[in-house]
Ligand binder design. Structure first.
Ligand code: UD1
Length: 342
């Protein structure tokens, strides 16, 4: 019988791509999502790609009674992948309690139920935001974490601690925190991808919406950083590569290959790209000219970060494979499908 995996936030951007990869690897998936930032239609598209429709329940994991009720009805869950979280940095500054409640309470509710209903394994969505601006690049998993720049970033840091402490106190539990760098792109089918509500805050959705004519111009935030061309540098990783890393993490836990009960991995490509390099890469990959202008720095942004991927490569046997242009083209193909552009 296939192992059953609970994917929270499974209709979201990274969650939906991970559901596809889990199903392709033979896992049975149950998605829980409150649909606060995603659509139920994503399930149709997952089914179109996979030929399998994952089980689905709509509720908020910050609701302890509903979460417990779910686990009383769903026995034999082998592992949880916990994506469900609020993730808008700016909004988190305006509404910190909303972010702490959504992001911390949902993890605590899940961990309570893991202990009570014998669900031994969890993979947690963390972020390279926990490193702040590192002194030394690239960043390894041993690079010290810094105070977060936003309540959102702090929820990632505190959730890592909640996970670590809970696993320490409950040796029957095992967990892996995956620190994502900047996930971009979409499934090659263009059936699933990133669909931000309102004005996109992240670079690549803003680029594709500008190319599609929804935005007049991209604002490049800063050209006076100490980088190759003055614009800020990030490690952009293809979302399908990232999704595959989750399957590897689940295999590792279920096959008992983990070296400690709580482990951390950086998930990036190992290469930093500047904002202007992403713009040029997009133009080259798609043949679409992008309207952009340089403006001042964005508050809270760091100058540069990219991952040392050695540990994930060697220990997980996983490597990001897709090139930047292929990834940017996939983001454009997704935007075109969503907007009905030929
Ligand atoms: C942001 C969050 C990070 C979160 C991640 C999720 C901040 C400070 N960090 O990362 O915590 O985990 O999203 O994906 O918000 N840029 C422009 N013009 C734009 C948009 C972005 O020039 O219209 C630049 C930014 O200044 C930055 C780069 O593009 O240098 C990437 O920005 P973005 O996609 O928002 O990601 P991060 O800020 O790295």
């Amino acid at each position: 019988m296939a192992d059953k995996i609970l994917v929270t936030g499974g209709t979201g951007y990274i969650g939906s791509h991970t559901v596809v990869e889990l199903q392709a690897s033979g896992y049975e998936v149950i998605v829980v999502d409150n649909l606060s930032n995603s659509s139920i239609d994503v399930l149709d598209n997952i089914e179109q790609i996979s030929g399998i429709r994952p089980a689905f329940e709509q509720f908020d994991l910050a609701d302890g009674a509903k979460t417990e009720d779910f686990f009383t009805r769903n026995k034999n869950i082998a592992a949880i992948i916990h994506f469900a979280a609020s993730k808008a940095v700016g909004e988190s500054v305006e509404k910190p309690l909303l972010y702490y409640r959504n992001n911390l309470v949902s993890l605590m509710n899940l961990l309570d139920c893991q202990i009570k209903y014998d669900v031994p394994n969890i993979v947690f969505s963390s972020s390279c935001t926990v490193y702040g601006q590192p002194e030394v690049l690239p960043v390894t998993e041993k690079t010290p974490r810094k105070d977060a720049e936003s309540p959102y970033g702090n929820t990632k840091r505190v959730n890592e601690d909640i996970l670590n402490d809970t696993i320490h106190a409950n040796p029957q539990l095992k967990g892996i925190a995956l620190r994502y760098f900047n996930p971009i792109g979409a499934h090659p089918s263009a059936l699933i991808g990133e669909l931000p509500l309102g004005v996109p805050q992240n670079l690549v959705p803003f680029i594709t919406q500008t190319a599609a004519g929804l935005r007049d111009e991209l604002k490049v935030f800063g050209d006076d950083y100490d980088t190759v061309d003055g614009s800020a540098v990030r490690d952009y990783i293809n979302v399908v590569d990232l999704a595959k890393a989750h399957v590897v993490a689940i295999n590792r836990l279920l096959q008992g290959k983990n070296k400690a009960n709580y482990e951390i991995f950086n998930l990036g490509t190992g290469t930093g790209l500047s904002v202007l390099e992403v713009v040029t890469g997009f133009e080259k990959a798609t043949g679409v000219k992008l309207n952009y202008k340089i403006v001042g720095r964005r508050a809270g942004d760091i100058e540069k970060i990219w991952a040392d991927t050695t540990y994930a490569n060697e220990e997980l046997g996983w490597k990001a494979e897709k090139g930047t242009e292929e990834t940017l083209l996939s983001a454009w193909n997704w935007e075109k499908r969503v907007r009905g552009i030929k």
